[in-house]
Design a protein around this ligand. Structure first.
Ligand code: PLP
Length: 245
């Protein structure tokens, strides 16, 4: 497939995704402008990010720093600064990668431990002018090996409240909201309803923590029905990824 054909394919996928978002918003009585599409470009090349940006997608996300850092640099070189997308980091993040991630990402969706908050805050204070937007990733099934902070846990490092307070108390970070991935074992509507409850509770103490990052290619409607402000869409835009990457 040449570049023009690829762009046309992505354009068609994008139109279909935008239609699904609009339909879900209509069903929920919400304005489509209240939902931000974050295109998840993992495993796909920088050229696809450039296509997406030129098709009007302003937000892109990645889950591995090793792939994202060179890709972000390639995209920055290919586009004028005004056309460059905002990068979101959505994957499990190791503390030794924070310095790199804060160099290109403006939003980290996957903050799930107090130790990670400390590392991100140090990196952001040293490496950025603007604060980094940080979302607390919520574990909806308590399986902390799969990422996320828990509402009830014996491990203070992984406690949702402690992670949120640590972000709020860090000058290099801005507590922007919550994120979750629906567990395989739970109905996505029920999972995202419980995330909405967590978001509402956080908002009481932190009125500017308004982001709810929820919903992927398979469950964006369920997420939008439960107040998602950001949907993270990969395969529906760019195609099915090969397994294990
Ligand atoms: C890959 C990924 C997505 C996108 O998943 P699709 O099913 O391809 O839309 C969303 N969120 C996270 C955290 C991911 O790793």
């Amino acid at each position: 497939m040449n570049s023009d054909e690829r762009r046309e394919q992505i354009a068609q996928n994008l139109a279909a995704v935008r239609e699904r978002i609009a339909a879900a918003c209509a069903a929920a009585g919400r304005d489509p402008s209240s939902v931000t599409l974050v295109a998840i470009t993992k495993t796909y090349p920088a050229a696809d990010v450039v296509h997406l940006a030129q098709l009007g997608v302003r937000d892109v996300g990645e889950n591995r720093d090793q792939d994202a850092a060179p890709k972000a640099a390639e995209v920055a070189a290919a586009l004028a600064e005004a056309a460059a997308p905002t990068w979101h980091f959505v994957g499990q993040l190791q503390r030794n990668k924070c310095r790199s991630v804060v160099g290109y990402a403006d939003v980290v969706h996957s903050v799930d431990s107090v130790r990670l908050v400390r590392a991100l805050a140090t990196a952001a204070a040293a490496g950025r002018e603007r604060p980094l937007e940080a979302l607390v990733q919520v574990s909806l099934d308590g399986d902390l090996d799969r990422g996320g902070a828990a509402l009830a846990t014996d491990d203070p490092d992984r406690s949702f409240d402690r992670v949120a307070e640590a972000i709020a108390g860090s000058s290099g970070l801005r507590l922007a909201g919550v994120m979750a991935v629906a567990p395989l074992s739970v109905n996505p509507l029920a999972a995202f309803a419980s995330l909405a409850g967590v978001a509402e509770r956080l908002l009481k103490d932190h009125p500017s923590a308004t982001i709810i990052s929820a919903g992927m290619s398979g469950d964006l409607a369920e997420a939008i029905a439960n107040g998602a402000t950001h949907v993270r869409i990969g395969s529906a835009l760019l195609g099915n990824r090969p397994p294990l990457r």
